[in-house]
Design a protein around this ligand. Sequence first.
Ligand SMILES: CC(C)(COP(=O)(O)OP(=O)(O)OC[C@H]1O[C@@H](n2cnc3c(N)ncnc32)[C@H](O)[C@@H]1OP(=O)(O)O)[C@@H](O)C(=O)NCCC(=O)NCCS
Length: 190
Amino acid sequence: MTVEAMSNVDKVFFDYVTAEEVEDAAKHEQQVFPAGEADTPEQFRYRFAHARHLFLGAFVPIISRSGHPRGRKLIGHVCGTQSALDDYTKESMSIHTPYSPSICVHSVCLVESFRSKGIGSRMMREYFSRVQWYRFTQDMSRRKPKRILLLCHDEKKRFYEKLGFVCKGKSGVVYGAGVWYEMHFDLDQN
Ligand SMILES: CC(C)(COP(=O)(O)OP(=O)(O)OC[C@H]1O[C@@H](n2cnc3c(N)ncnc32)[C@H](O)[C@@H]1OP(=O)(O)O)[C@@H](O)C(=O)NCCC(=O)NCCS
């Protein structure tokens, strides 16, 4: 049966990824980011196994030629882990510490044909609202996340600042090429 993924921006929706879709997310990561900067499929699998509540996908519906829904196709993702520290560290890329105050986002990525159409901003806002819901529904005895942290290069700072992140200056983390800036999003104030 012939099926096709819809390219209509209005059809984009967000949901948590499944185990099969983690592999697609890891492939996108390898395609989009330069070697040395792209996280490995193993890191993606670890994040899914330990922190799937922080692994959100952007999807388009797959529709058969006769117009019937046949599934969904991953076109982007944002994923992270939790850390007990106040700043983003390299260790957080491979270790999830449950019930801790910092959510470290490691990958924000859209396939090229869907960029600059507002989808990345929508995906991040959806992420914020799901994290807020997670905080709200979490057991009172547990420590709740207080902030979202991420690293980005200079040219992406504006994208994150428009979403409410504040730049805390250059990060001490070294990986890949270029300077990284540490961005903080306060979950109590946003
Ligand atoms: C970074 C990324 C996730 C942003 O997603 P995006 O969907 O392209 O971003 P948005 O469209 O929401 O916003 C980007 C720009 O498009 C503009 N835009 C928003 N809606 C638009 C629309 N309907 N038409 C045209 N432009 C639009 C925004 O104003 C923004 O402009 P700015 O550059 O002046 O801030 C995406 O570009 C990407 O995956 N890039 C490659 C991977 C990457 O660099 N990830 C970040 C690592 S830190």
